[in-house]
Design a protein around this ligand. Sequence first.
Ligand SMILES: Cc1cc2nc3c(=O)[nH]c(=O)nc-3n(C[C@H](O)[C@H](O)[C@H](O)COP(=O)(O)OP(=O)(O)OC[C@H]3O[C@@H](n4cnc5c(N)ncnc54)[C@H](O)[C@@H]3O)c2cc1C
Length: 355
Amino acid sequence: MIENIIVGGGFSALSAKLALGSTASFSILSHTLIKKNNLNLRRVRDFEVNKIFQNFAYSYAYFGNSEKNLYFHDRMIMGGHSNIWGGFIDKSTLSPEILKSLADMGIILSPINNETCYSSSSKGVHQLRDVNNKILDVKNFLTPDYDGHLVSLSFNGSFYRLGYIDNISGDLKILFSKKVILCMGLIQTLNFIIKNYNRDLVFALSEHNHSIGFKFSKKVEKIGDGFVMYYSLFSAMRHFLGIKNRLYFLDSFSNLFPIFIRQKYSDELSHLQFRFVKDSRGNLLLKRISGPEVFGTSIHYFNLRINNFSLDDFFKEYFPGIVFLGAGSIKNCNPGPISNYILNDAFEKLSHNVN
Ligand SMILES: Cc1cc2nc3c(=O)[nH]c(=O)nc-3n(C[C@H](O)[C@H](O)[C@H](O)COP(=O)(O)OP(=O)(O)OC[C@H]3O[C@@H](n4cnc5c(N)ncnc54)[C@H](O)[C@@H]3O)c2cc1C
């Protein structure tokens, strides 16, 4: 019998590991790289997000996206989105306990400044890096004990029974655990809900309004609200291509090309409501009920509600004590990075709360 099982291999799973602490007993169920033929799911290119210099990852789901201008992201691979992310985090919201646990694991919070070719309207924003000065990739910090895809979950009053498809053999295998921590990312959380529960549910998500533009000076202008990040042309190119190390040679040219990409998250929130419906060929599709014309470009959508219940409240009846981590379970956040909220949530839900 496993004490704690963490399902997922992205930043939320790493947050769970940090919050459980070094003395806790836990196992990790996640896919190294999902193999198409083992899951009876269809590939959804719409959700895939890949960059040239990082491993290609796929998205497979029970549902597709028929809506234009709705942007969701999914990477079924060890490390999840941290393979390709910016690693930005707001240090000012993290407790000394969290900062210590990051440092103990060899994770550095690197300030962003002229030298790093970024600037921001918030002094708290840092970049998560490893000891080789590369942007943090969770796959270098977590190893799955079970390489597979969670497909079912049940609770018998004392412990959980987890069914998963083994990534190598394609067989259905069973695990038993006293506690379950689900860190599957938003699309795969929806996938899990659709597979296991009544499909006639109304879902909702929120995001801070977001825009991208150009500027010809990296001086952060005084802005009334929200959060602004500037990327020099070279740092934006590095992100676009998925290059995780610093390219000092190119970075030093930055000042010669005073062109900056400005990313702005405003205080204003947009709310999206959607459901899943079958088309004439029987394919399940995500359908917008209400919300803005464009949703998801911020990448930091959060607070998943199901029939007006938060994830935690919706599942507490079926699965007492279950813990969800990730953007979907963040109820409120300021514009800007979301990783600090994921970490704080993990420590709130898990630390001092384990066997
Ligand atoms: C391009 C890009 C840049 C970003 N930059 C930033 C940034 O700078 N700062 C920031 O705060 N946020 C950023 N984000 C948002 C970022 O995605 C989140 O902060 C964070 O990485 C989410 O981690 P997660 O573990 O919740 O989900 P994911 O990264 O999606 O990881 C989910 C993991 O669970 C596994 N999994 C899924 N389903 C199952 C299953 N059924 N069984 C077993 N395993 C499963 C997957 O394989 C994956 O390993 C960015 C996102 C994108 C797309």
